[in-house]
Structures are given as C-alpha cells and as structure tokens.
Design a protein around this ligand. Structure first.
Ligand SMILES: [Zn+2]
Length: 532
C-alpha cells in the first residue's frame, strides 16, 4: 500500500525545521461570482486574478503559482470554493481531490494549508466558526487523502497455490524514489479551539483513508494472488494490528457447519474457500448505554467465471472484483475499530472461487443449505446469493441486533440505478433509513428497491424449496435479495446492499481512482456502526 501523507496541525507555519514548499489557500466568490481577496499576505496576488479569466474561484477550480513567493513558501496554490452560501461537504471533498491531483502534478512535497482562509474570506471570525466549518475542512481533507492511492505494479509472479496448499508470495513494485504525492500536510490555524477539533477530525480521516485503501487493495488484487487463503491470512494479520478477534473456517469447518451452498459454489475450484470471522468488541465505558451487535456479511467470490453457466469473455477480468462486498466489510470493521465505535461489530467474509471444472455444480443440481432449505441451481452464475445464504444463516448465531450484507450481487443493479448510488433491500424500514442517513453524510447514496413477497413466486421450484435464479432477466436485483431473505429468521432486522455498480470504475468522482476498486461504502458502514 502507498504511504499516506502525514497530517499535522499548527498555530503557525513558522518555526518548522523544513518549511513547506507550497502554501494552500481557499478562495471564495461573492454573490456576483467575483473573487473575494483574502486578507493579509496573499491579498495582492489574489487581487491580480480578479482582472483575468484564468481563475475565478469557482468550486473545485485550482491555480498553482510556482516561484510566486512573496516571503512565505516558494509556491502558492489557490483552491476555489465558489460561493460560501452554496458550499457543501461534497463540494469541499471534490475540491480536495482536485487539489491533490494538482499538488501531485506539481510535485509538491510539503503543503501548508491555511485553515483560517476558510474563515476569513467568509467574513467570519474564528471564534464564530460554525460547527459545520470543521466538517467542511474534514471533507476537504477526505478529498485529499482518498485521492492518495495508486495500485502497486506486480513484479513477480505468485507461486500458484493449489487446493489452498503452498505459499503465495509476490513482490510489488513501489520504488522508494518514485514521487507519488505530498508527504506532509500542515493545517495552520491561529485558533486553538479549531486546532483541537481538527486534531481529532484529521486522525479520523487518516484512519478512514487507510481502511478505504485496504478495501481497494483487496479488491484490486488479481485472483491468482488474491485467493481465499490469501485474504484469510491478510485478515489475520490486519485483525491483530487492530485488536480484533479473528477466526478462520476452512472447507472442513464449513462442511461441519453444513454450508452446502457455500461449498457448492467452490466445488469447481482447485483453491479452497475460507470464511473469515472478525469480532470487534468495544471496551465498555462505565455508564455507557448497552452496546448493540451488528453483523456485517460480505460476499468474497475471488474470481467469478460464472461456473458452468460461464460468462462472456468481454471484461471478464473485472470478475476479480467479485469479492468487493468482503473487502468493503473488511475496511468497515477496521475503521470501526480505529474509531472505537460503541457497538460490537462482527464481520463474516465468505471467500470462494466460482470455476467450471469436472466437479463444478451444474444447472439442475439441488443443494442443501445450512438452514436446511434446498435450492435448485438454475444458473451457476447466480452464485453470490448461495455463498451469502449460508453465512447469513451463520450470522444469526451472534444474536445480532441487525444484519447487513454487502455484495456485488447483480449486474441488474447497474442497469437499474447506474453508478450514482447502490441499492438497499431489506425487512426493516428504520434499519434502512439509518443506513441511508449514514450514506448521505458521506455522499455514498443508497436507494431502496422494493422487496414484495410476490417476487419469491419467480423463484419457486418443482425440485427444491427454491431456485437460485429464474430464466428471464426481470427484476434481477430484487430476486437476488428475495432469495437472501429466505435465510433471515423472523424478527431479525436485515438489509442487503447490492454494490455491483459502485464497487469499481467510479472515476467520475475525483476522489475515487480512475480505474479499479473505489472503496465506496467503507465510510458509510463504519459510520453506521458508530451511530447505530
Ligand atoms: Zn456470478
């Protein structure tokens, strides 16, 4: 993983042993969309931009002035925030992402961020800073740090692991001399209260970016390296680092648990599946309200060929991302632990591979689930719901107050909703609303689709309790969810997030990588765990 820049707060940029090479100033527009020049040092410089059209302080616009030093840092970067009345956290987040791109392009290493410029230009005194302002600075920083990500190039082929045996070893190419981006971001404010609040917020943002990058790294891992065994080993390592309890179920243990659906999906793969169970329990403070238990369940199909119902070859390489539900949940529980959320979080990640060999399940086969319900396989490419059904059933054993699963479950969700939100379906309105609220706070939007019982009629089978798919393309996302619902016990609150549309290829938002995994919904799920 690439190293994130260090964040620090100071009351003055002066006195640093190595002074920053770039000063970063936020510039607002007035009601007539004209630049408001800041007070102080850079006023004359900004004043000159008023005359031209190069920089208008439009939200997210950037101007980098190299060697423009009039005393302080060598270079100065102006970041437009538009009109104060129209500023939102998301605009600040996008501005942060644009700022990161420019700072990287200009090879800035150390940046001093003038926090007070965010106050002064709005005619505010620091002591009157609205609480929302710290949220804006936080969002701006999220934009900076979420952009600080690159995939490591592989330089060494892995030693292939068969049937879960043998070591997978790889080397990644990230030479120390490669410039990647600023190494140091210094937030300067004269106000001690703002500084104190920022210290807390910036630590949270760093944890957030680290967790998101774990989710991205996992999702981007090629499936000859990112095997179930690999993720299990990584989970053990990361859990230890974060003080989370971690247990691994191999296929023998899954067989003892009678997980016939999970094992059925992996039947055609040489590589053994693994179920990772992570348990974060908060240290309860005296007088704190009794904490709740949240079970997070993730689909971890490390490669989905479709099985015997094999997929077309076009863009099949993207099917290495079919474990993004699991990587998202992993990121979320790591972040929940870092944030020390007050609720217990149990994460269950089900890793397996969907391959078409001589032992692979075939259309028409009947499998028996852990819950004892039987399933007729119509389409072996509808495997995610099979994997999830058994682990959703298993999750009930932790007596959760809510179960939430995340999965790249259906292509249909992208047809229905595009890439600007994920889908939620479930059996509990207040749970769904809580998830949506946590999503709104992070601009990770969640849209509810219906889950009428009648949809189950489409999955009725002559040979088993249900089919895993129907033979037409109608309502695919809903059918996936209504299938999962059969494995939720009465009275248990449950919500299913179909993240197939948002898991990767989210470059239209500047803080997501142009290509590959987005890391979306890590923030939302951790936020939910904090607020539930
Ligand atoms: Zn599939």
């Amino acid at each position: 993983m690439w190293k994130l820049p260090s964040l620090e707060t100071r009351t003055a940029a002066a006195g640093l042993s190595s002074p920053p090479d770039t000063d970063l100033l936020v510039i607002y527009q007035d009601a007539g969309k004209k630049i408001i020049a800041p007070q102080g040092h850079y006023a004359p410089l900004v004043e000159r931009f008023k005359k031209g059209e190069a920089f208008s302080a439009r939200s997210g616009s950037i101007q980098y002035v190299r060697f423009g030093a009039v005393g302080k840092a060598e270079n100065v970067m102006l970041v437009g925030f538009g009109q104060a009345s129209e500023l939102t956290e998301e605009k600040a987040r996008l501005a942060g992402a644009h700022a990161w791109a420019k700072l990287s392009f200009e090879k800035a290493r150390s940046v001093s961020i003038d926090v007070d410029s965010m106050l002064e230009a709005r005619g505010l005194k620091a002591e009157n800073a609205p609480a929302g302002l710290v949220r804006v600075i936080r969002a701006f920083t999220e934009g900076l740090l979420m952009s600080a990500y690159k995939v490591d190039k592989k330089t060494q082929a892995p030693v292939l692991s068969k049937a879960g045996k043998g070591k997978v070893s790889t080397k990644s190419k990230s030479p120390a001399h490669d410039y990647f981006g600023p190494e140091r971001l210094i937030f300067v404010t004269q106000d001690k209260d703002v500084k104190k609040e920022l210290d807390h917020e910036l630590t949270q943002v760093t944890s957030m970016a680290e967790a998101i990058n774990v989710a991205r790294d996992w999702s981007n891992e090629p499936s000859n390296i990112g095997t179930p065994e690999f993720y299990a080993a990584e989970a053990v390592r990361l859990a230890r680092e974060h003080g989370i309890k971690c247990t691994i179920l191999d296929e023998k243990a899954a067989a003892r648990e009678k997980m016939g659906l999970f094992l059925g999906v992996g039947a055609g793969s040489e590589r053994e599946g693994r179920i990772v169970v992570l348990d974060y329990t908060p240290k309860s403070a005296k007088g704190a309200p009794l904490s709740k238990t949240i079970a997070l369940v993730g689909k971890g199909v490390t490669f989905d060929s479709g099985g015997i119902s094999i997929k077309p070859s076009m863009r099949m390489e993207d099917m290495k991302h079919d474990m993004t539900g699991a990587s998202t949940i992993m990121g979320a529980i790591l972040l929940a632990a870092k944030w020390k959320v007050p609720n217990r979080v149990v994460a269950i990640l089900a890793f397996t591979e969907n391959m078409p060999d001589g032992l692979a399940i075939q259309p028409g086969n009947v499998l028996v689930s852990r819950a004892g319900k039987t399933v007729e396989i119509i389409n072996t490419d509808a495997e995610g719901r099979l994997v999830l059904a058994d682990v959703l059933d298993y999750a009930h054993g932790f007596s959760p107050d809510a179960i939430i699963d995340a999965a790249t479950l259906t292509g249909a969700v992208t047809v229905a909703l595009g890439k600007h939100c994920c889908a939620v379906l479930g059996n509990d309105e207040s749970l769904i609303q809580n998830l949506q609220r946590a999503g709104e706070m992070n601009f990770e939007r969640i849209w509810e689709l219906p889950l009428f019982d009648e949809y189950f009629d489409d999955l009725k089978s002559d040979y088993a309790d249900m089919k895993n798919s129907a033979n037409d393309g109608y309502g695919g996302t809903i059918r996936g969810a209504i299938f999962l619902k059969q494995f939720i016990k009465p009275g248990v609150a449950w919500a299913h997030l179909d993240i197939a549309g948002t898991a990767y290829g989210m470059g239209h938002l500047a803080y997501y990588p142009k290509k590959g995994a987005s890391g979306a919904y890590v923030r939302t799920l951790a936020q939910f765990a904090a607020d539930f």
